[in-house]
Structures are given as structure tokens and as C-alpha cells.
Ligand binder design. Structure first.
Ligand SMILES: [Zn+2]
Ligand SMILES: [Zn+2]
Length: 332
């Protein structure tokens, strides 16, 4: 029994169907039959070898919802049949201080779902049990995939840093990540501002939970406003205006994978005790908290569905920013 994959044979190439041998789960792994897989901007970066860590043929896809169909010898066979989600990280060492301390996403021996491994644009994918998250009752499997990379990426700055519900939170960029960040921050109890270059999205941003919508180029007119700015944009910003918009002890949390340095003056940090942080997705514990939080607050990614054999159409449209707000490819 072989499996099918959608793979790029070289950098930037379209995905073509292929077959590979049946997957053999390691002792602590399980095999998911892929039902749905979201398309994340990091898939494009990996396809193009933008970060210099891609190997080809490359099978992208790391926002998976699948059914457990097989387990390794160290995994309870009772899990077979469960629906589980899988994101960017598919394994960690389980015995270092980070893993043992509940911050396994900071483990030095991380395995990423599409780095040196076969990802979720496929009929099946393997991952360690600990990094696959059971879908709680009440969660729609067809829309859940984007939670496991984009969603947890923007939930992390709230849950892992214990943001106060009285905080005023700004979200820069109303796209795949930003539209989920608005929902999380609103449900967290915060006052929420969406900052965008495209005010045509203002009504939708309010629908996702923004109390206020502001043009990004007006940021300089909002000094001292925000306790937390979550930046989902991967391009250079007017950093002095971003820092100036932070309240005393306010924090810029960077999630957009910009390659250029963030230029910030020392006095932007010193005078109001401001800070800059970032984070790579989050831990299995925070993933478990996130899915329960989503069900409790009716948070769901806004998705556009296409069948898996139209993956190249989804990639082309994502490259142009033409998606509201996340593509999910469905198994065929
Ligand atoms: Zn570890
Ligand atoms: Zn991703």
C-alpha cells in the first residue's frame, strides 16, 4: 500500500502528484490520514527555499486535520479513529529542560513537519503523538486546520505571556494570522485595534472582533496607546511609530518572519520600559488550551476550500494575497 503526495521537484516549481511507500510510524508516532490541510505562508517560503532549509522533492502542508489510522508500538491503539490536528512542529526530544518544562516548542531538537520530512499535502502524514492534538467536540474539522499553525502562532502571545484581559491589544495585518488574532484578543477580553493598509477590510475586521480599525500609516498619531502590538506582517514597518504607539511597559510581539533587522532606537525601549518579543508557534499544552478556548468562544478561521488537486491554484492566489483568509485543501 503506497501513499500519495503533492510535491515540488525543485525550488519554486508547481506541486505534482507522486506516490511513496507506505509510512512506518516510529515507536512514539502515529499516522494521520489527511482530511484537510491549510495553506500557510511558510509553505511558500519553504517551496521557494527562502530560508535555505528546504530539500526537494518537497511536500509542504503543516495545518493538518486527519484521522489516526495507525500507531507506532509505543502509542495506545485506542487512538485509532480519533481526529487530530498537526501544525509546524511534529516532534521534540521529550527529555530536555524545555520539553520537560512545558515549552517543547523551544526544544533544540525540534522536528518540523515539512523540514526534512513529508508534510500534509498528501494522503497520509506521520507525527509524534504528543504534537498531534485531539479535536474537541464542537470543533469543525473542515475549518480547524489553520488553527494548528497560524492560530497557535497568534494565540501564543496571549496565553504564554499571560496578557491581562484589561490590555489594549493592536494587531498589525488582517490576513491569515491577523484575522485569528483579532478573534482571540477579543475573546480574551481585551480592547482590540486592527491596523491595516487596506481599509476595505475594516468591516470584516470588526466582524472578527476589532473595536477599532486604523490605517497603519496613522500609527504615528496613536502615541502611548497599546499594551501589546502583535505584528503579523513580514515586511519593514515604520518601527519608531510602532514603538511610539506602545504604552509604558508595552510590548511589540513580532510574528511576521521579516528577514531584515528591526531598527529600533535605544530610547524607544529605555524611556517607557518597552520591550520586543517574538515566538515560534507554541507548546502542546498551549495547543490543547487553544482548541478548548476556540470551542468555548466560537472562534474559527475564515477559510476558503479547494480540493487537494487544485493546490497550485491556491498557491498562486496566496502569492497574490488573494484569499479571505486561509485556504484549506480537502482530501479527494
Ligand atoms: Zn526537548
Ligand atoms: Zn505555518
Amino acid at each position: 500500500m503506497s501513499i500519495t503526495v503533492w510535491q515540488a521537484l525543485e525550488a519554486g516549481a508547481p506541486l505534482v502528484p507522486g506516490t511513496r511507500p507506505r509510512l512506518e510510524p516510529a515507536a512514539d508516532e502515529l499516522v494521520l490520514e489527511v482530511l484537510h490541510c491549510g495553506l500557510c505562508h511558510s509553505d511558500l517560503s519553504m517551496l521557494d527555499n527562502h530560508w535555505g532549509m528546504s530539500s526537494y522533492p518537497l511536500v509542504p502542508g503543516h495545518e493538518v486535520v486527519g484521522r489516526v489510522v495507525e500507531v507506532g508500538p509505543g502509542v495506545n491503539p485506542a487512538l485509532i479513529g480519533e481526529l487530530r490536528g498537526l501544525g509546524w512542529i511534529c516532534g521534540s526530544c521529550s527529555h530536555c529542560p524545555q520539553c520537560l518544562g512545558g515549552t517543547g516548542n523551544l526544544c533544540a531538537s525540534l522536528e518540523a513537519t515539512i523540514v526534512g520530512r513529508q508534510g500534509g499535502f498528501a494522503s497520509h502524514v506521520t507525527a509524534r503523538q504528543d504534537w498531534t492534538i485531539p479535536l474537541p467536540e464542537g470543533m469543525d474539522p473542515a475549518a480547524a486546520g489553520p488553527l494548528f499553525c497560524g492560530g497557535i502562532t497568534v494565540f501564543a502571545p496571549l496565553v504564554d505571556e499571560a496578557v491581562s484581559p484589561t490590555a489594549h491589544v493592536a494587531v498589525i495585518g488582517i490576513g491569515g494570522l491577523g484575522h485569528m488574532a483579532l478573534q482571540f484578543a477579543r475573546a480574551w477580553g481585551c480592547e482590540v485595534t486592527a491596523l491595516t493598509t487596506n481599509l476595505a477590510k475594516a468591516e470584516e475586521a470588526r466582524g472578527f472582533g476589532a473595536h477599532h480599525v486604523q490605517a497603519l500609516d496613522q500609527l504615528g498619531e496613536l502615541p502611548g496607546r497599546f499594551d501589546l502590538v502583535i505584528n503579523t506582517v513580514n515586511q519593514a514597518l515604520p518601527w519608531a511609530d510602532v514603538m511610539g504607539s506602545l504604552a509604558p511597559r508595552g510590548r511589540l510581539h513580532q510574528l511576521g518572519a521579516a528577514l531584515d533587522p528591526i531598527q529600533v532606537g535605544a530610547f524607544d525601549l529605555i524611556m517607557a520600559r518597552r520591550s520586543i518579543t517574538g515566538s515560534p508557534t507554541s507548546s502542546p499544552a498551549s495547543l490543547l488550551k487553544m482548541v478548548d478556548f476556540c470551542v468555548r468562544h466560537n472562534i474559527r478561521p475564515a477559510v476558503e476550500h479547494l480540493p487537494m488537486d487544485r493546490i497550485n491554484e491556491a498557491i498562486a492566489r496566496l502569492r497574490q494575497g488573494d484569499v479571505r483568509y486561509r485556504f484549506v485543501l480537502d482530501a479527494i
